[in-house]
Write a protein that binds this ligand. Structure first.
Ligand code: DSN
Length: 412
């Protein structure tokens, strides 16, 4: 914490210090979170925040953009190289903003879209009724199969043949299996639909070659940059050169004003980091840690949706222990283990008392935790979930969690 902030605004400085201490002393297993490097933090906290730069490099609506033009050019080039894309738009403020822009570039209001059901692992911005996306476009949803809780491309094809969507969307926020992008692309081609992938959760795995890359198969790929990709909170859109104009104008002026140039710079830093061998090793370890943690939870009597994981997360069915997600999330929270309750496919319970937990390993992996720590975390989770009313034992575990967690860096 800078002395300047502490002197000028002690209330906010103290809250930032408290949040740092919380992150240092807890085990964070939120699948969509991560910790960024000091270099990413430095770019975000830079004077680039002062600059208005509506438009794109070389075609701005403000003077004084010669430096930020270079920043954005570097960010775009690095994103293109990292994912093998012809064009990158690095201005979307978030993943949902990126999705809104992608839809606007491909669709007209009222057009039909086929995407994954939120209750089966999809995302709000994939046409939920409570999202603007579900109000503007006519969404229908595919689910995972009841048999193995995986995406069933036969079901996707069947719905697509009957519904005749203009766009098919693949991508999820609570799905633990590899997604078959060529399989989706073939269905889209058959029904003459466009194909879009939202790779927000798995972007870091894709960058490192730990998940197949959707870019060669999709018309547009959207992402966030702050999940497994480990950059600043922001969005990203990748597309072919021929869609560049529509995508760029859907972002600005279509849906946003001035880009956040400090965030654009932080994205550039993140894309640079994602090319390194150290990042590739981290992305591999995320998967190793998730698989190991999943095994431990199964050994402890829990069930994993689809029986396991191919990526950074496991979706846990709590019903074998007779628990609901809200109770489990709160008990683990009291022990310093941060997770989020989640619906499981075909969940008989409501979203606020769902049957599942979503558990991910990006943050603990970034902090340097490996098999030894994952085993301790797995044991703690099982013990807490079997003793959700034993506050003495939960408090003891809280102490053990803090001691282990504080021995790892909270900023990398
Ligand atoms: N909220 C994010 C997640 O947790 O998956 C997606 O936007």
């Amino acid at each position: 914490m800078s002395d300047m902030l502490s002197q000028q605004d002690p209330a906010i400085a103290e809250l930032i210090e408290r949040e740092e201490a919380r992150q240092r002393g807890e085990v964070n297993l939120i699948a969509s979170e991560n910790i960024v490097s000091r270099a990413v933090l430095a770019a975000q906290g830079s004077v680039l925040t002062n600059k208005y730069a509506e438009g794109y490099p070389g075609a701005r609506y403000y003077g004084g953009c010669e430096v930020v033009d270079e920043v954005e050019e570097i960010a775009r080039e690095r994103a293109k190289e990292l994912f093998g894309a012809e064009h990158a738009n690095v201005q979307s403020h978030s993943g949902t903003s990126a999705n809104l822009a992608a839809y606007a570039a491909l669709l007209k209001p009222g057009d039909k879209v086929l995407a994954m059901d939120l209750a089966h692992g999809g995302h709000l911005s994939h046409g939920s009724k409570v999202s603007l996306t579900g109000k503007i476009y006519d969404f229908r949803h595919y689910q995972v199969s009841e048999k193995d809780e995986r995406i069933d491309l036969d079901q996707v094809r069947e719905i697509a043949l009957e519904f005749r969507p203009k766009l098919i969307v693949a991508g999820a926020s609570a799905y633990s299996r590899e997604i078959d992008f060529p399989g989706f692309a073939a269905i889209a081609k058959e029904v003459k639909a466009r194909f879009m992938v939202d790779m927000a959760h798995i972007a870091g795995l894709v960058a490192a070659g730990e998940h197949s890359n959707p870019v060669p198969h999709a018309d547009i790929v959207t992402s966030t940059t702050h999940k497994t990709l480990r950059g600043p909170r922001s969005g990203l859109i990748l597309c072919k050169e021929k869609r560049k104009k529509k995508v760029d104008s859907a972002v600005f002026p279509g849906g946003q004003g001035g880009p956040l140039m400090h965030q654009v710079a932080a994205r550039a830093v993140c894309f640079g980091e994602a090319k390194t061998d150290a990042f590739k090793k981290y992305a591999h370890e995320i998967k190793v840690n998730a698989a190991r943690l999943g095994d431990m939870l199964v050994d402890g009597g829990l069930r994993l949706v689809s029986g396991g994981t191919d990526n950074h997360l496991v979706l846990v069915d709590l019903r074998p222990l007779g628990l609901q997600g809200d109770v489990a999330e709160h008990a683990l929270g009291r022990a310093g283990i941060v997770v989020n309750m989640n619906m499981i496919p075909f969940d008989p319970n409501p979203p606020r008392q769902p049957s599942g937990l979503r558990i991910g390993t990006p943050t603990v992996t970034s902090r340097g935790m490996g098999s030894t720590e994952i085993e301790r975390i797995g044991n703690w989770i099982v013990e807490v979930l079997k003793n959700v009313t034993n506050e003495d034992r939960i408090a003891q575990i809280r102490g053990e969690v803090r001691e282990m967690s504080e021995s790892f860096p909270a900023v990398i």
